[in-house]
Design a protein around this ligand. Structure first.
Ligand SMILES: [Zn+2]
Length: 431
């Protein structure tokens, strides 16, 4: 039947590839057995960070308990998986898993574990003896087998707050400089939120601009488990340094400059929050889709479909829905002078319609490419007295300032924060 020799060669090759694939698969399944031979010092497990958790198949075996055949293994809850699946995958009997979940229920609902949560399982003579669930850096659930019964206890570590600082200078993007200074993604977005009314993070920062933050970190023993509040921050834009100091008034925390003016203005500079995705589209990569085809009013902000779009100021919606070449859009009136429009959305946020009241920062829709758009982007229009203006170079009125009643306290706190920042700077924590 098969006469073409080339085809036969192809067939043979295809079979060889298939066999290799099967062999590889078998090797993999051997690797993932709970008792693999690779070993990691127990110390590594205790100090493991998110980066280290990717070596989840490693086995930790303490030399002192090796004699009684004790072994422990760290696993984590995978995406689209759950506690039950994760344990059954480790060859633990379903009834044991259900029993553990039942005795733990009062302390912690194991059914609600988030993907990525780490679990340390301990076996003794081939039998599961203990489990530690690292719920957060602060909380752990311990489940142990005692005389044939399982017992659960919740352990909460004492958290101490220490201060730390990050500094950097922009060499390509703020995002990259902050990541290389050791900042987490969430922390960078939090930093951008403080200055959201003063800086358009994707368009207004340049090479050479500097930034700094002073922040509280949460410590359990010698290990850092998270961050708490940003106490002070600085960012320079075209040589001008913008400071922000956290100050509490009547139980509410806000950021003010050294003169006591709020960092939050009447408008946000950008309807898109600065994060890993939006940071990729810095000014140099700007992508004006329709610029050559017709007079272009507005700013095209490249972003992937589904990116949340925020209202830049308080107001009420005057239009929400489909409108010809604009596609799905939202138009907001902020007051008698200002209006904004957000176009080519994939959808409007649920429940919003013409007449809805909107607060600054509220998500009003999601980036898309509806209407006259050749790729996903947000077309953003900002109107002042009916004329289009680019909000990029604008300075907007501040929302409020420190009440004179709190001036004295504010000034002494600012002085203290400035001194702390200076101390860290002297220590040479510039990376
Ligand atoms: Zn446009």
């Amino acid at each position: 039947m098969i006469k073409n020799p080339v085809f036969i060669v192809f067939l043979t090759l295809a079979m060889a590839v298939m066999i290799t694939a099967i062999v590889n698969k078998q090797e993999k399944s051997v690797d993932s057995l709970p008792f693999s031979s690779s070993r990691v010092e127990p110390r590594d497990l205790l100090h493991s960070t998110t980066a280290e958790t990717s070596v989840q198949a490693s086995v930790v075996q303490s030399p002192t308990v090796q004699a009684v055949d004790a072994v422990s293994k760290e696993i984590h809850i995978e995406h689209n998986s759950c506690f039950y699946d994760a344990l059954v995958k480790e060859s633990i009997a379903p009834q044991t898993v259900l029993q553990i979940a039942r005795v733990s229920k009062e302390k912690f609902d194991l059914g609600a574990l988030a993907p990525g949560t780490r679990l340390v399982l301990g076996w003794s003579q081939q039998k599961l003896e203990s489990m530690r669930v690292l719920i957060s850096g602060i909380k752990e659930l311990h489940v142990e087998a005692k005389d044939g019964n399982w017992e659960a206890s919740l352990i909460e570590h004492e958290v101490k707050i220490e201060l730390t600082a990050f500094f950097g200078e922009i060499t390509d993007t703020l995002w990259n400089s902050a990541v290389s200074a050791g900042m987490s993604f969430d922390l960078i977005s939090d930093l951008s939120d403080i200055f959201a009314s003063q800086v358009d993070f994707t368009r207004e920062l340049n090479v050479g601009d500097q930034w700094a933050i002073l922040i509280e970190k949460e410590m359990v023993g010698e290990q850092q488990v998270g961050y708490r509040n940003i106490l002070a921050a600085e960012i320079s834009k075209h040589g001008e340094t913008l400071p922000a100091y956290r100050f509490e008034v009547d139980g509410r925390e806000r950021y003010f400059d050294a003169e006591g003016q709020s960092n939050r203005g009447k408008f946000l500079k950008s309807p898109l929050r600065y994060n890993k995705i939006t940071s990729r589209f810095q000014k140099a990569r700007f992508h004006p889709i329709l610029k050559t085809r017709r007079p272009h009013q507005g700013v095209d902000l490249s972003a992937s479909t589904g990116t949340p779009v925020r209202a830049v100021g308080d107001g009420s919606i005057v239009e929400a829905g489909r409108n010809g070449g604009s596609g799905i859009m939202v138009k907001i009136r902020h007051d008698h002078r200002y209006m904004t429009a957000y176009k080519h959305l994939s959808k409007v946020a649920s429940g919003l319609r013409s007449g809805s009241k909107i607060e600054q920062g509220q998500i009003i829709g999601y980036v898309g490419q509806t209407g006259l758009a050749t790729g996903p982007h947000l077309h953003f229009e900002f109107y002042e007295d009916g004329r289009y203006v680019d909000p990029m170079g604008k300075r907007f009125p501040r929302r409020d300032s420190v009440d004179p009643r709190h001036r004295m306290r504010f000034q002494s706190e600012v002085k203290h924060l400035q001194e702390l920042m200076e101390e860290f700077r002297k220590k040479g924590r510039v990376l």
